[in-house]
Design a binder for this molecule. Structure first.
Ligand code: HEC
Ligand code: HEC
Ligand code: HEC
Ligand code: HEC
Ligand code: HEC
Ligand code: HEC
Ligand code: HEC
Ligand code: HEC
Length: 438
C-alpha cells in the first residue's frame, strides 16, 4: 500500500516535471520564433503569475481541434471554456450574455442581405468578424482549423467545444489586460457605423469629451476600479455597461443594465426592465443627482415613443400591406426598392436616433437620426408605397395623414404651424409620448 502511494506520488511529480519542462520549451522556442507574441505574454499578468503557453493552449488528444506540436497536444483556439478553468465567473457571465448569441445570425434578414446581395467573402470578413461564426474543423489543415473560419474573433463565435465567443475580442492577446478593456476602443471595433454608432455617439457626448481630455485621471491601471471611488472624471462604455459601482459588482453580462432593446424595427422593453434600469441608475448616481439621471430617462423614453408611434408602426403597417397585397415586382426579398427604403428607415436612421438619445448624442438623435427618418418617411417611403396605386395602401396613408395629429402638418399652412409652435399648441400634440411605461 505504502509503496503504491509512493509510486503514484513519484509518477505525479515526474508528470508535472515533464509538464513543466514541456511548458518551458514552448517559451524558449517562441521567444526566438515569435518575439513580439512572447513579450506580450511575458509582460502580462499571466506571464507574471506563471500561467504558461501550455496552460492555455494545452489540449487533450480527443479534442476536435487538438494537434501534435513539438511533442505536445495543443489547440490554437483558447475558448471561453478554456479561460473558464481559471476564471469561472467571467466565463459563466459571458455565456449567459446577449453577446454569446451574436454568432447565431444565419437566419436573420441581415445575413440574407449579405449572402444574397453581397457574397460569401463579404459575410466572412464583414458580419462574421464582428459577430463570430461556427469554427469549422479541417483535418487537412496544419492546425485543424478551416481557413474560411480562422482567423475569427467574433463576439459570439461558435467554438468546437460548444462554448460561445472569444475572450480576446475585448482582452486583446497576449496581454489580456483589464486596463485595455476598460477603454472605449475595446468596444469600438464593432459598436460603430451607420446602424449602431455607439462609438461615434460616445465621442460626441460630454462623457466622451470629458474622458478624452482627462484620460490620465481615469486611474485605468488600478486593480480595483469602482466608479466614484477609484475614478470620477468620466464614464467609459465599460463603466456604464459592465464595471463595478459602489453597490453593484463587475458583470460580463452587458445586458444587465438595459431597459429597452433599440435593435428591432419597433422598440420593446426587455424582460424585467425596471430592475435593469435601476441597475444602470446606480452608475449614474455616482456622479449625478437622481433627478438629473431620471430626467434623462424621461426624455429618452419620449424619443423612443416618438419614433415608435409616429414612424415605425405606420411604416411597418404599410410595408406589411404592400407584401400582403402582392405589390412587389421581383420575387426575392430585397429585390425591390421600397424594401431598401423601409430597411434603412428602421435599421439605420431609426436606430441612430434611438441610440443617440440613449447615450446623450444630440447630433445622432436629430441630424443623423430623426431628421433622416422624417425625410425618408415622407419623401421616399410614402411616395414609393403610393406608386403601386393600391386602394388599401392609399386608404391607410390618407387616413394616417388626416386623423393622426402628428401628421396633420402636411396639410396645414406654415403661418398657422409657426403660431402653434409659439403658443405651445403644436407641442401639446406630443404630450402623450411623455408617459411612464408600466
Ligand atoms: C522548437 C520550436 C517550438 C516549440 C518548442 C514550440 N513551438 Fe509553437 N510554433 C513554433 C513555430 C515555428 C510556429 C509557427 C508555425 C508556422 O509558422 O506555421 C508555432 C506555432 C504555434 C501555434 C500556432 C499554431 C497554428 O498554426 O495555429 C501555437 C498555438 C503554438 N505554436 C503554441 C506552442 C505551445 C503551447 C508550445 C509548447 C507545447 C509550443 N508552441 C512549442 C515553434 C515552436
Ligand atoms: C491566457 C491564455 C493564453 C496564454 C498564456 C497564451 N496564449 Fe496564445 N492565444 C490565446 C488566445 C485566446 C489566442 C487566440 C485564439 C482564439 O481566438 O481562440 C491565442 C493565439 C495564439 C496563437 C495563434 C494566433 C496568432 O496570432 O498567430 C499563437 C501562435 C499563440 N497563441 C502562441 C502562444 C505562445 C507561444 C504562448 C506562450 C508564450 C501563448 N500563446 C500563451 C491565449 C493564450
Ligand atoms: C491556468 C489559469 C489561467 C488561465 C487558463 C487563464 N488565466 Fe487569466 N489569470 C490567471 C491568473 C493567475 C491571473 C492573475 C491573477 C488575477 O488577476 O486573478 C489572471 C489574470 C487575468 C486577467 C486580469 C489581468 C489584469 O490586467 O489584471 C484577465 C483579463 C485574464 N486573466 C483573462 C484571461 C483570459 C481571456 C483567458 C483565456 C484566453 C485566461 N485569462 C486564462 C489565470 C489564468
Ligand atoms: C462592425 C461590426 C459589425 C458588422 C460588420 C455587422 N454587425 Fe451585426 N451587429 C453589430 C453590433 C455591435 C450589433 C448590436 C447593436 C446594438 O445592440 O445596438 C449588431 C446587431 C445585429 C443584429 C441584430 C440582433 C438582434 O438580436 O436584434 C443582427 C441580426 C445582425 N447584427 C446581423 C449582421 C449581419 C448578418 C451582418 C453582415 C451583413 C452584420 N450584422 C454586420 C456589429 C456588426
Ligand atoms: C465585452 C468585452 C469583454 C469580453 C468579451 C470579456 N471581457 Fe473580461 N473584462 C472586460 C472589462 C471591461 C473588464 C474590466 C472591468 C473593470 O475592471 O471594471 C474585464 C475584466 C476581466 C477580468 C478581471 C476581473 C477582476 O475582477 O478584476 C478577468 C479575469 C476577465 N475580464 C476575464 C474574461 C474572460 C475569461 C472572458 C471570456 C470568457 C472575458 N473576460 C471576456 C471586458 C470583457
Ligand atoms: C467583436 C465585436 C464586439 C465587441 C468588441 C463588443 N461588442 Fe457588444 N455587441 C456585439 C454584437 C454583435 C452585439 C449584438 C449581439 C447579437 O446580435 O446577439 C452586441 C451587443 C451588445 C449590447 C446589447 C446587449 C443586450 O443584452 O441587448 C451591449 C450593451 C454591448 N454589446 C456592449 C458592449 C461593450 C460595453 C463592449 C466593450 C467593453 C462591447 N459590447 C464589445 C459586438 C461586439
Ligand atoms: C453614461 C453611460 C453610458 C456610456 C458611457 C455608454 N453607454 Fe451605452 N447605453 C447607456 C444607456 C443609458 C443605454 C440605454 C439603456 C436602456 O435602454 O435602458 C445604453 C444602450 C446601449 C446599447 C444597447 C443598444 C440597443 O440597440 O438596444 C449598446 C449596444 C451600448 N449602449 C453600447 C455602448 C458602447 C459601445 C459604449 C461606448 C462607446 C457605450 N455604450 C457608452 C449608457 C451608456
Ligand atoms: C464618472 C462620472 C459620470 C457618470 C458615471 C455618468 N456621468 Fe453623466 N456626466 C458626467 C460629466 C462630467 C458630465 C458633464 C457635465 C457638464 O456638462 O458640466 C456629464 C453630463 C451628462 C449629461 C448632460 C449632457 C450634455 O450634453 O450636457 C447627461 C444627460 C448625463 N451626464 C447623464 C448621465 C446618465 C443617464 C448616466 C448614467 C447612465 C451618467 N450620466 C453617468 C459624468 C458622469
Amino acid at each position: 500500500m505504502k509503496s503504491l502511494v509512493i509510486l503514484i506520488l513519484l509518477t505525479m511529480i515526474s508528470l508535472s516535471w515533464a509538464q513543466n519542462e514541456m511548458a518551458g520549451k514552448c517559451m524558449t522556442c517562441h521567444k526566438l520564433k515569435s518575439p513580439g507574441l512572447y513579450k506580450q505574454w511575458y509582460e502580462s499578468q499571466h506571464g507574471m503569475h506563471e500561467v504558461t503557453c501550455l496552460d492555455c493552449h494545452g489540449a487533450s488528444k480527443s479534442e476536435a481541434d487538438a494537434f501534435l506540436h513539438e511533442g505536445a497536444y495543443i489547440a490554437t483556439l483558447v475558448t471561453p471554456e478554456d479561460c473558464g478553468n481559471c476564471h469561472e465567473k467571467e466565463a459563466r457571465e459571458v455565456q449567459n450574455s446577449y453577446h454569446a448569441t451574436a454568432g447565431e445570425i444565419l437566419d436573420s434578414q441581415d445575413a440574407y442581405l449579405a449572402h444574397v446581395t453581397g457574397g460569401e467573402p463579404a459575410a466572412i470578413l464583414g458580419c462574421e468578424s464582428c459577430h463570430g461564426a461556427k469554427v469549422i474543423i479541417d483535418d487537412n489543415s496544419p492546425n485543424k482549423l478551416s481557413k474560411k473560419s480562422w482567423p475569427n474573433s467574433g463576439i459570439g463565435r461558435i467554438n468546437p467545444d460548444g462554448s460561445k465567443g472569444s475572450c480576446n475580442t475585448c482582452h486583446t492577446r497576449h496581454n489580456f489586460d483589464k486596463t485595455q478593456a476598460r477603454q472605449p476602443e475595446a468596444c469600438g471595433k464593432c459598436h460603430l457605423g451607420p446602424d449602431h454608432p455607439q462609438m461615434e455617439i460616445y465621442e460626441e457626448s460630454k462623457h466622451g469629451n470629458t474622458y478624452y481630455t482627462n484620460i490620465d485621471k481615469m486611474n485605468l491601471h488600478s486593480d480595483k476600479w469602482v466608479v466614484g471611488e477609484d475614478y470620477f472624471v468620466a464614464p467609459t462604455c465599460a463603466t456604464c455597461h459592465m464595471s463595478a459601482t459602489p453597490s453593484k459588482k463587475l458583470s460580463h453580462d452587458v445586458g444587465e443594465r438595459l431597459s429597452w432593446t433599440l435593435r428591432p424595427a419597433i422598440s420593446v422593453h426587455k424582460d424585467n426592465w425596471q430592475q435593469k434600469r435601476k441597475n444602470m441608475l446606480t452608475v449614474c448616481q455616482s456622479c449625478h443627482g437622481s433627478a438629473f439621471a431620471e430626467g434623462h430617462y424621461y426624455q429618452y423614453d419620449a424619443l423612443v415613443h416618438l419614433y415608435n408611434e409616429k414612424f415605425a408602426k405606420p411604416a411597418t403597417d404599410i410595408m406589411n400591406l404592400v407584401i400582403q397585397e402582392k405589390l412587389l415586382e421581383n420575387p426575392a426579398s430585397f429585390g425591390n426598392k421600397i424594401e431598401w427604403t423601409y430597411w434603412e428607415l428602421w435599421h439605420h436612421e431609426g436606430r441612430r436616433a434611438r441610440h443617440g438619445a440613449s447615450m446623450m448624442g444630440p447630433d445622432y438623435t436629430w441630424w443623423h437620426g430623426i431628421y433622416e427618418v422624417v425625410q425618408h418617411f415622407y419623401f421616399k417611403f410614402i411616395p414609393e408605397a403610393q406608386s403601386f396605386k393600391n386602394k388599401k395602401v392609399d386608404d391607410y396613408i390618407k387616413n394616417l395623414f388626416e386623423k393622426d395629429a402628428t401628421h396633420q402638418w402636411l396639410s396645414t399652412n406654415t403661418e398657422e404651424l409657426k403660431k402653434g409652435i409659439r403658443s405651445g399648441k403644436l407641442q401639446q400634440k406630443y404630450q402623450e409620448l411623455f408617459i411612464q411605461d408600466k
